[in-house]
Design a protein around this ligand. Structure first.
Ligand code: 3PG
Ligand code: MG
Length: 400
């Protein structure tokens, strides 16, 4: 795997860095969690200090190949500059006039950020030729390329994949560090190995569950996806989130887990709301007694206890996805209990990994510090696909 050192002397060279600056913004476009910007700082700093002219490109949200102001990266510039401790010049386009003039004006050790790379249809195109043509336009702005956007390495996109075939390329420090940790989860993990999965969509996580059945000792399942498993156990789930098409698959997993001796931990009690709201009738019920007119919005206190027990003595823990609608105080306790159990596992010397921008933002919002966990990954989708055993285009193209 090529690292920045393999690029040789970068002084005076234009180095294009693909970062993941896809941070959550509030209604006034203030950054609500700057974790991904922070994580991008070391690689940019190292290049700037080596005298490179650093051109950062990144995406924000999922614009459809055209400019949409609400997805502009402009709100990121100020925070990025603060964290870098150096000015950041901003190009109002990706490969157009503004980009060329901003990059042309860079001195050694200076940093520029291009506008949202997904404002160009070539970035995410499924058409290889269209993607390649855009990658060529990007390549014209630089002499070398550094892949540091771990959150997008599972995407076969122009600034992640195609560009690495056009310029001398290397893996940035963030991607290298993330891959290092993921290896410890997949190659001979210390046992017991517990994986905690939450979030809304069971369909997105089925493939990773299938693969984890081979490596994990305990699968702890919460969040919206838990209700499809409860339905597979034969329970009525009321108005809770349910993926009816996947009940059969969940049933098969429960059977397979039993046969393999993998422990699957499901909620035994549930905090229900009459509506998806904090200002509604709220009841905690047994998992087998969810009222027909209510929806499960968090795991209950007995489940939280059970989940914490499955986590705190584990030697390796990977966690992706909240246990409930934690943004609303009445449904935050389950996610908080899981985070606290990971902290205990960390303190006991285990390796704990919080996977994903959203899960990372959740633990920070609940008042936990990054240092209380072994590793906070900047890529949820990317780390899940790695655990699923899939090829990650942004990594394999670099020969790693
Ligand atoms: C993320 O937020 O998960 C990454 O930035 C990747 O974004 P994407 O799922 O839109 O490709
Ligand atoms: Mg995401």
């Amino acid at each position: 795997m090529k690292t920045i050192a393999d690029l040789g002397d970068v002084k005076g060279k234009r180095v294009l860095v693909r970062s993941d600056l896809n941070v959550p913004l509030d209604g006034e476009r203030n950054i609500t969690d700057d974790g991904r910007i922070r994580a991008s700082v070391p690689t940019i700093t190292a290049l700037a200090e080596a005298g490179a002219r650093v051109v950062v490109c990144a995406h924000l949200g999922r614009p459809k190949g055209a400019r949409e102001d609400k997805y502009s990266l402009k709100p990121v510039v100020g925070r990025m500059s603060e964290l870098l401790g150096r000015p950041v010049a901003f190009a109002s386009d990706t490969v157009g006039e503004s980009a060329h003039s901003v990059v042309g004006a860079l001195g050694d050790g200076e940093v520029a950020l291009l506008e949202n790379i997904r404002f160009n249809p070539g970035e995410t195109s499924k058409d290889e030729a269209e993607r390649r043509a855009f990658a060529q336009e990007l390549a014209a702005l630089a002499d070398a390329y550094v892949s540091d956007g771990f959150g997008v390495v599972h995407r076969k996109q122009a600034s992640v994949y195609d560009i690495a075939q056009l310029l001398p390329s290397a893996m940035g420090g963030l991607v290298a560090a993330e891959v290092e940790v993921l290896k410890r989860l997949t190659v001979d993990p210390e046992r017991p190995y517990a994986v905690v999965l939450g979030g809304a969509k069971v369909a997105d996580k089925l493939a990773v569950i299938a693969n984890l059945m081979k490596t994990a000792d305990r699968l702890v399942i919460g969040g919206g996806m838990a209700f499809t498993f409860l339905a597979a156990e034969g329970y009525e789930v009321g108005k809770s989130l349910l993926d009816a098409d996947n009940i059969g698959t969940c049933k098969d997993y429960l059977t397979e887990a039993k046969a393999k001796g993998v422990q699957i931990v499901l909620p035994v009690d549930v905090v229900c709301g009459a509506e998806f709201s904090a200002d509604t009738r709220i009841e905690t019920v047994e998992a087998s007694a969810i009222p027909a007119d209510m929806m499960g919005l968090d795991i209950g206190p007995k489940s939280a206890q059970l989940y914490a027990d499955a986590i705190r003595d584990a030697r390796t823990v990977f966690w992706n996805g909240p246990m409930g609608a934690f943004e609303m105080a009445p449904y935050a306790a389950g996610t908080k209990a899981v985070a606290a159990a990971l902290v205990e596992a960390t303190e006991a010397g285990g390796l704990t990994v919080v996977g994903g921008g959203d899960s990372a933002a959740a633990v920070r919002q609940l008042g936990f510090a990054d240092t209380q966990f072994g590793h906070i990954s900047t890529g949820g989708g990317a780390s899940l696909e790695y655990l699923e055993g899939k090829d990650l285009p942004g990594i394999s193209i670099l020969g790693a």
